[in-house]
Design a protein around this ligand. Structure first.
Ligand SMILES: [Zn+2]
Length: 222
């Protein structure tokens, strides 16, 4: 890029690290050198559960990649709450790179963890679906929006939105007419905390009789 344009852009968009807000030395980088290093050290696909049969766990394998409290968490937060949709592409590329490094098998389908209809309405998009979209482009496989998420709660009249959310139980159901039988699925989420959401989703998917369900969360916050 010519230096005049570069300086002009730097004036409008000061190059600031997405995570720690320190100055970024090189233009076009999302993170400062320190955060890039932290990401490099933290990175790596980690299998947190392995060799479990489908009878005892809905997962064949469950993978997590990055600590949510590190720079990768900032990527997710900027995508989700900062509406920086282009970051879904970066996250998808990071997942694909890790799969490639570990020579992991590409699934038949990616199934993103859904958000509720109302959450989707207020945010405007499901961040995990956006990541799945780019990952499917890289791998050349389809995304199957096979799950639906709904809230089930007691009578909640008079409660705030936050109180309703806290009291509600998230339920998952299978979207019909999606042929998952005998297929290898990768259930994808952006952030895993207790793992209960991923487990509920995988248990729901079992009814469609896939061959394998592997789970993957880009970040973990345990
Ligand atoms: Zn930084």
């Amino acid at each position: 890029m010519n230096s005049f344009l570069e300086s002009f852009l730097a004036l409008i968009f000061p190059p600031i690290c997405l995570h720690c807000h320190a100055g970024v030395e090189k233009s076009g980088h999302l993170f400062c050198a320190l955060c890039e290093k932290a990401l490099e050290n933290d990175g790596g696909i980690e299998e947190i559960k392995e060799g479990l049969s489908m009878a005892s766990s809905p997962f064949f394998k469950l993978y997590v990649l990055y600590d949510y409290h590190g720079p990768a968490g900032s990527l997710v937060r900027e995508l989700k709450y900062g509406q920086q949709l282009y970051l879904a592409k970066t996250i998808a590329a990071m997942i694909a790179l890790e799969f490639h490094k570990q020579s992991l098998e590409i699934p038949d389908y990616i199934v993103p963890v859904p958000i509720t209809f109302f959450k989707c309405l207020s945010r405007g998009f499901n961040q995990t679906e956006r990541i799945a979209h780019y990952l499917s482009k890289i791998w050349g496989i389809p995304v199957k929006k096979s799950l639906k998420r709904s809230l089930k709660g007691k009578s909640q009249a008079g409660l705030s939105k936050l109180q309703r959310e806290a009291l509600s139980v998230h339920e998952f159901s299978l979207v019909q007419d999606l042929d998952l039988q005998g297929k290898d699925l990768l259930l994808l989420d952006d952030v895993m905390t207790t793992g209960s959401t991923l487990h509920k989703c995988a248990e729901t998917l079992l009814a469609a009789r896939p061959r394998v369900i592997n789970g993957l969360s880009f970040c973990y916050s345990i």
